[in-house]
Design a binder for this molecule. Structure first.
Ligand code: PMP
Length: 351
């Protein structure tokens, strides 16, 4: 065996079992496929692709469509293979050896993971017991470590909590570095930091097609930010990183905004139904502004509940072994039928 980099050896990698179950509520995907009309339009355009040519390196049409959706200029849009690749490109560009990245834990694991892989020092700020973020802790982390990149995830994964606008504003006020608002789930919440984007402000917002757009299988995400930020990322990302099919898939998806909004309204209503039903069981439920709910069974160990659900062919995310999340599980909102099945199984196994 060839010895790997010491810092890579110390890493654990991404764990999320892909097992065959009847009710799969573990990875925050949309429970609904994209509209049939999208499928047809995509197939029609695919048949005309010149496959012997490289894709449009600047993804001009896709970026214009995204820009129009958000009312920003196309030069403020950077797209990549899932928001994970967006995050990786941001960190390759603005973090790395000798630079510091701040997160507030518990949060999306890949922020710290990618930051470490690219060689940065990671500083982990702490959330309060209810997982909200104390402004004094934000100030402590920024004053002590002067991070080059600071992440705020809103709604936060895996807690589901929405970060108030004041938290982003305060962070921008005190920080000298880049502030990345990861908004993978923002359509399910009541506000977005996109309204705060400004050429003079080091604020970046990341989004994904994997959740509300029902396109996790396509791997497409993007960042919105100042034009100087997008220009730097374009130097770092690999040439032709976004294949032609994906550019078409994303551009066509944006023709179906109304359908997407309907799905979001429906999922939010189901989320609120699930939360209320779970709160009536021996379960502590964290309020969610996303398409998933973090919860802690109070009478049976979290890991045990996870296994008993799996025995009933219901798969949720087991967060119980993660730091700061003892006994917590996370369920993604599914179809009404899946949610009913989850609730029925849950009520059997939590007491
Ligand atoms: N950010 C957050 C907060 C997430 O939860 C996820 C997906 N789990 C991502 C980014 C990555 O999403 P994708 O790469 O599918 O766009």
């Amino acid at each position: 065996m060839i010895p790997v980099r010491d810092d890579v050896r110390a890493l654990e990698g991404y764990h999320s079992p892909q097992v065959d179950v009847r009710v799969r509520l573990n990875t925050n995907e949309s429970p609904y496929p994209p509209p049939d009309a999208w499928r047809d339009a995509f197939a029609a355009e695919l048949s005309r692709v010149e496959w012997h040519r490289y894709p449009d390196r600047r993804a001009t049409e896709l970026r214009s469509a995204i820009a129009e959706l958000h009312g920003v200029g196309p030069d403020m849009v950077f797209a990549a293979n899932g928001s994970n690749e967006v995050l990786q490109t941001v960190l390759l560009t603005y973090a790395g050896t000798g630079r510091t990245v701040a997160t507030f834990e518990p949060t999306y694991q890949m922020h710290a993971q990618i930051a470490r892989i690219v060689g940065s020092t990671v500083v982990e700020g702490e959330r309060q017991a209810d997982f909200t973020l104390d402004p004094a802790e934000v100030r402590r982390v920024v004053d002590t470590h002067d991070p080059d990149v600071t992440f705020l995830t809103s709604p936060n994964n895996p807690t589901g909590l929405v970060e108030p606008p004041a938290r982003v504003a305060e962070l921008l006020e005190i920080s000298n570095g880049l502030v990345v608002a990861d908004e993978a789930y923002a359509q399910f919440a009541d506000w977005s930091a996109i309204s705060m984007l400004d050429e003079q402000r080091p604020l970046v917002v990341t989004r994904t097609f994997s959740k509300t757009w029902s396109m996790a299988g396509a791997r497409l995400g993007y960042a919105l930010g100042p034009t100087w930020f997008v220009s730097e990322l374009e130097k770092v990302v690999l040439p032709y990183h976004l294949d032609t099919a994906k550019q078409i898939a994303g551009r066509l998806a944006l023709r179906f905004v109304d359908e997407m909004d309907d799905r979001v309204r429906h999922i939010v209503a189901e989320r609120d139904r699930l939360s209320a039903a779970m709160a009536a069981m021996p379960i502590e439920v964290t309020p969610s502004g996303a398409n998933f709910i973090l919860f802690r069974p109070t009478a049976v160990a979290g890991r045990e509940v996870w296994q008993r659900l799996l025995d009933r062919s219901v798969l949720v995310r087991d967060c119980s072994g993660w730091p700061r999340l003892a006994d917590r599980l996370r369920v993604t909102v599914g179809t009404p039928a899946e949610n009913d099945e989850f609730l029925a199984a849950l009520s059997e196994v939590v007491s």
